[in-house]
Design a protein around this ligand. Structure first.
Ligand code: PLP
Length: 461
């Protein structure tokens, strides 16, 4: 057998590194991005793209920020890696303190990992360990919601309800999971039902589910504070999360709020749950935490959860080689300092109002636009075939995807999303621009989005 090539002869000329990287699609090559600055990406074709979704709601301060580059380079020169079983670094400690010092929510500890899925895994394992240490090993069950996404690893896929992604892995799944109806009124509300009645119905269903599986066997309820990709920027109705919190407290169940997409300022407050008058036991964060400058995610944990470990084994029985990676922490700390210094969460609120006004005024009259909804700079446009009946396009049409691709051809990136769950279908595009986006750029986004929708309405009519 020939040895693996280890010389430095150039790879085949004319084919610049486009053969060996495994992409999601084996038939379509993704667009090649050669540079990124501010709110714009530049493709290898030379086309400039206005990034109206910040990747996947990631690039909160925009692309190519030299302050962040300097911070991560300076950290690399000081300490680029330590293993956290034996060591810590000033930058990791400072990041945790920067986010949690003086937390009015009793969030006491932060744990940093490399991806959102790892953060949700960490939250689930911590919830399990909490009950185990308190002498309740029978608490194994997780209640989640339909139309949910919490990650792609085995446990996080199991608590997600993204049916299509699970198909090949049925035998692998964590078995102790069940799902309740999400607070997505446009799709799950009944005709004529008030918001209060909808909320009460969902809370009854949740309590019934706790009682059905046996409340003493449930370890956690997990939900996104504002549902992101799967349903499209669905904020909970008033009182829903407070009701969930009360039920969790009543039955000794931990509340995990997944703020990987909707947190770190995206909905106009640093934590999305701050608009709900509720505090979770564990909250996850990722995308806006590093702003895309490094692979970093985290969990923030209430003191009372940590207390159970303090009084028990005195250790968190979990860890990864790259947890609290110093360069990732340095990038994240720089991003978080910029967010705070430049008042970007407040800017997100202000620009969010601009985006809402533009979306409503530019798109509401289009015959395929069913609902426009969101919070902060986190908005979705849901498409329907019939506005009256809310009937969606056949999945084979892929209307939301068509709109996304059409907008991209016209120079604006939006995030596609669609999910069919028990016959209930959402077909939407998602907007989540950097918090630094300007009003003029939002005008362009809404103009191009309208053109893209009109073009696709004509194409599928
Ligand atoms: N949870 C939510 C709400 C997400 O939106 C995502 C990713 O989109 C994840 C978890 C998984 O994060 P990652 O893709 O970083 O593993």
């Amino acid at each position: 057998m020939a040895p693996h090539r280890d010389d430095d002869t150039p790879v085949q000329s004319g084919k610049p590194h486009a053969e060996h990287l495994l992409h999601r699609s084996l038939v379509m090559h993704p667009s090649m991005v050669t540079s990124a600055k501010g709110t714009h990406l530049t493709l290898s074709s030379g086309q400039r793209i206005l990034d109206a979704c910040a990747g996947a709601a990631v690039a909160v301060i925009g692309h190519g920020n030299d302050e962040v580059h300097d911070a991560l380079l300076a950290q690399a020169r000081k300490v680029s890696y330590v293993h956290t079983q034996s060591y810590t670094t000033p930058v990791a400690e400072e990041l945790a303190d920067f986010i949690l010092q003086g937390s009015p929510h009793g969030l006491e500890k932060a744990f940093f990992v490399g991806s959102g899925s790892e953060a949700v895994e960490s939250a689930l394992k911590l919830a399990r360990q909490y009950h185990y240490e308190r002498g309740q090993p029978e608490r194994l069950h997780v209640v989640s919601r339909k139309q949910s996404y919490h990650g792609n690893t085995m446990a996080t896929m199991s608590v997600s309800y993204n049916v299509a992604r699970k198909v090949p892995y049925q035998g692998f799944a964590y078995p102790h999971v069940s799902y309740v109806t999400p607070p997505y009124a446009y799709r799950y509300g009944l005709a004529g039902e008030t918001e209060a009645a909808f909320t009460a119905r969902l809370l009854r269903e949740l309590e019934d589910e706790f009682l059905r599986v046996g409340p003493d066997t449930v370890m956690a309820f997990i939900a996104e504070t504002v549902i992101g990709a799967t349903a499209g920027c669905v904020a909970p109705p008033r009182g829903y999360l407070a009701g969930v919190r009360a039920l969790c407290d009543q039955y000794g169940i931990l509340l995990i709020l997944d703020e990987i997409m909707c947190g770190t300022g995206r909905t106009g407050t640093f934590f999305a749950f701050e608009q709900e008058d509720v505090v979770p036991d564990i909250v996850t964060a990722a995308k806006g935490l590093g702003g895309g400058y490094a692979a970093i995610a985290g969990i923030y944990v209430r003191g009372r959860v940590i207390d159970a470990l303090r009084q028990g084994s005195k250790a968190y029985n979990h860890g990864h080689t790259y947890q609290a990676h110093p360069i990732s922490c340095a990038a994240s700390l720089a991003v978080q300092k910029i967010i705070r210094r430049d008042n970007l969460v407040s800017r997100c609120r202000t620009m969010g109002k601009v985006l809402e006004r533009l979306l409503r005024s530019r798109l509401s009259d289009l015959r395929t636009v069913g609902e426009i909804r969101g919070r902060g700079l986190f908005w979705a446009v849901e498409f329907v075939q019939d506005r009256e009946t809310r009937e969606t396009f056949d999945p084979s049409v892929g209307f939301g995807n068509r709109v996304q691709q059409e907008a991209f051809r016209r120079g604006v990136a939006v995030y596609p999303g669609a999910g069919t769950v028990d016959g209930v279908r959402g077909d939407h595009v998602l907007l989540a621009p950097p918090f630094t986006v300007t009003e003029e750029e939002l005008e362009t986004v809404c103009r191009v989005l309208r053109e893209a929708i009109e073009a696709q309405e004509a194409a599928v009519a």
